[in-house]
Structures are given as structure tokens and as C-alpha cells.
Design a protein around this ligand. Structure first.
Ligand code: ADP
Ligand code: MG
Length: 346
């Protein structure tokens, strides 16, 4: 377990971390999210003792990291792997040598190293690249080598600093799948620094959003996305859709259990009216898929449309043109639309 309480850190006059309180459980995938300069990497480096902190406590499995001597720190870091955006491989050495490096530093036997390197290239899915040099590998393959090297010492904790930020979306997905597989298979705790929402949604169990060195929000990923705290809105950028001023804008949420297209086309036929699609997107929260749909209808048809959604048990709300929900016109005045939609599904 990683327990961080009241942690503070400055570089000279610059306060980089202020009163950080985070607990990361064993086997959990924990995301540290925020804009560039928020202090994510610094916090990550405090966890493995590469960076000192000024106040507060940071303990890993009961060990206070700042109390470690230089030598103890070296032993402590042995079991904490780390991967980076730009892989940090030795370009002149083969994949084999790169993965063997930490074990050679710790003077492991040749037979142990050989066995372990071969296991690891299988695990990360690049056994045929074992004697190649990094320059002939793709970005995704290089990150696989870096992951293998980070796990070489049987690490129990893997720290990932923007590990997929230099990769294209498809390669990112394949690396995320690999990290999920490793987490499941070995129950390794992962602390994942990222500014990519896809990484948060597909990989993390819980997250903290950092803003200028402070914890702005913390929680389970699906809760944070459903509750949309101000820090998340600031991170995502607000006002995704530009709403027409004419007519009435209605937002509904559909799930995989409901066929969205059919609902809308039936509505259009039944009320004999045109429906303008203003915005739509899909959100996946690990195993749940929710689609947001914003439609625009004429003022005189709006009451019938609301009635239709209510009859079909679809939570709806009217948005005003500032894109805010209008609580006076909503099927669920007490709760957020997303919550109402999830409740309707349950
Ligand atoms: P993030 O990873 O969220 O982008 P960092 O933790 O790298 O943020 O940096 C947080 C702040 O600390 C930034 O303002 C950065 O310029 C500053 N900083 C980071 N490392 C150092 C350092 N070694 N010396 C001085 N300032 C630093
Ligand atoms: Mg960083």
C-alpha cells in the first residue's frame, strides 16, 4: 500500500505539491491526471524516492521513503519499476541486453537472467525481437521492451509516466491491454501519470486530478466522470456542443440496452416532426457504455417529445443555450441525468 498524507514539495520558491493525501491499495491501478506542470511527475518520483519531499509522509508498505539512506533507497527501488514516454532504452544494446540490465546491475546469475529475459519477451509479446536493437522497433515495441525491463526485478509496483503519450491511438490501446493483463496476472500496483482521458477510462480504477500541485478531485473513475466535478470539466474543456438558440434542446442518455437510433426515428414518425441532431457521443466506463444525445425540436412539439421520453423511461433534460441543464425542465430534478440513466438501467 502507498500512503501519502499532507505531502508538500517545493523547488526553491516554487510550490509544486501542496497537501497531497492519497492512498493507493495493493493491486490497484491508480491514475494521476492533470495538465502539464500540475506536479504529476514530481509526485510519481517522490513515490520511488528519486525526489525528496519537504513535509508530510509518503510510505510504501509501511516504509517512510524519505527516511531511507542512499543504500536503502537503492534496495527499495529494486522492486519498483518505471516506464516513461520516451522509453529510455539503450540504443546500442539489443532488446535482450536492455531487459537484462537491471539484473546484471544486481549481479544475478547468467542462467537466471537468461531464463527471465526469455519469459519477459514472451509476456510482452515480442519474442522474435529479442536480438534486435531498439532503432528497428516501432514505438509500441520499444515500450514493450521498457515494460519488460521494468518488471525484470519482480517489481510489485509499476510507475508509468505518460507511457502512451508518444504512441498512436491503436498502439496506445495495445499497450493499455498489456498493462491490464500484467495487473491482472501479477496483481502489480500501478500508478499511472497521464493527461489522456482514454488511459484513465480504459486502465484506471481510481484517479486523482491534480491542479497546480493540489488535489482537485479524487474518486473511482466512473464516479468522477458521472459527477463531473469542476476540475474534470476544466480538464476536458467545457461546452462540447454549440446549441441552436431556436427551438428546444433536449439531452437524453442511451445505453447499450436501448437502441438509440430506433428511439429517435420512432419519435419522429409518431409525432410527425423533424428532429435535429445537435450532438452525440459515446462514453465507456470499463464495462458500461452510455451514449449522450442532444436533439433540437420546435417549441410546440417539445411537450410531446418530453412526454414520449418519459413514457419510454428515458431520463431527459432541457438544456439552455449556455449548455447548462435546466432543472425546471427535467424528468429527474433531484439528480444528474447520467445518474438517472444508470438508475433506470439497474
Ligand atoms: P507534470 O508532470 O504534471 O507536467 P512536473 O511534476 O514535471 O509536472 O512539474 C511540476 C512543476 O515543477 C513545474 O512547474 C515544473 O517546471 C517544476 N519542476 C519540475 N522539476 C523541477 C526541477 N527539478 N527543478 C525545478 N522545477 C521543477
Ligand atoms: Mg510530467
Amino acid at each position: 500500500m502507498i500512503e501519502i498524507t499532507g505531502l508538500k514539495k517545493s523547488f526553491g520558491n516554487l510550490k509544486v505539491l501542496e497537501d497531497i493525501n492519497v492512498t493507493i491499495n495493493d493491486g490497484e491501478i491508480y491514475g494521476l491526471v492533470g495538465r502539464s506542470g500540475a506536479g504529476k511527475s514530481t509526485l510519481l518520483r517522490c513515490i520511488n524516492g528519486l525526489e525528496n519531499y519537504d513535509e508530510g509522509s509518503l510510505s510504501v508498505n509501511g516504509i517512510e521513503v524519505k527516511d531511507l539512506s542512499k543504500k536503502e533507497g537503492r534496495v527499495f527501488r529494486k522492486n519498483i519499476g518505471m516506464i516513461f514516454q520516451h522509453f529510455s532504452l539503450l540504443e546500442r544494446r539489443t532488446v535482450y541486453d536492455n531487459i537484462a540490465l537491471p539484473m546484471r546491475c544486481w549481479k544475478y546469475s547468467k542462467t537466471h537472467i537468461d531464463k527471465r529475459v526469455k519469459e519477459l519477451v514472451e509476456l510482452v509479446g515480442i519474442p522474435e525481437k529479442i536480438h534486435d536493437k531498439p532503432r528497428v522497433l516501432s514505438g509500441g515495441q520499444k515500450q514493450r521492451v521498457a515494460i519488460a525491463r521494468a518488471l525484470a526485478m519482480e517489481s510489485r509496483i509499476l510507475l508509468c509516466d505518460e507511457a502512451t503519450s508518444a504512441l498512436d491511438p491503436k498502439t496506445t490501446q495495445s499497450i493499455l491491454s498489456l498493462l491490464l493483463k500484467i495487473n491482472e496476472q501479477f496483481k502489480i500496483t500501478m500508478v499511472v501519470v497521464t493527461h489522456q482521458m482514454s488511459v484513465v477510462k480504459d486502465l484506471c480504477d481510481r484517479i486523482s486530478i491534480l491542479e497546480e500541485g493540489r488535489l482537485a478531485s479524487t474518486g473511482r473513475v466512473e464516479d468522477v466522470f458521472l459527477n463531473q466535478p469542476p476540475a474534470l470539466k476544466r480538464l476536458l474543456g467545457e461546452d462540447e456542443f454549440i446549441l441552436p438558440d431556436d427551438g428546444v434542446n433536449i439531452k437524453i442518455i442511451l445505453s447499450t440496452a436501448i437502441s438509440g437510433g430506433a428511439v429517435i426515428s420512432r419519435l419522429s414518425r409518431q409525432l410527425d416532426t423533424d428532429i435535429l441532431l445537435v450532438g452525440a457521443h459515446m462514453e465507456r466506463y470499463k464495462d458500461k457504455l452510455l451514449g449522450t444525445l442532444i436533439i433540437n425540436v420546435s417549441k410546440n412539439k417539445a411537450p410531446a417529445v418530453m412526454n414520449y421520453f418519459t413514457q419510454n423511461k428515458l431520463p431527459w433534460e432541457i438544456l439552455d443555450s449556455e449548455n447548462n441543464r435546466n432543472e425546471a425542465f427535467s424528468s429527474h430534478p433531484e439528480e444528474k441525468l447520467e445518474e438517472a440513466a444508470l438508475r433506470a438501467l439497474a
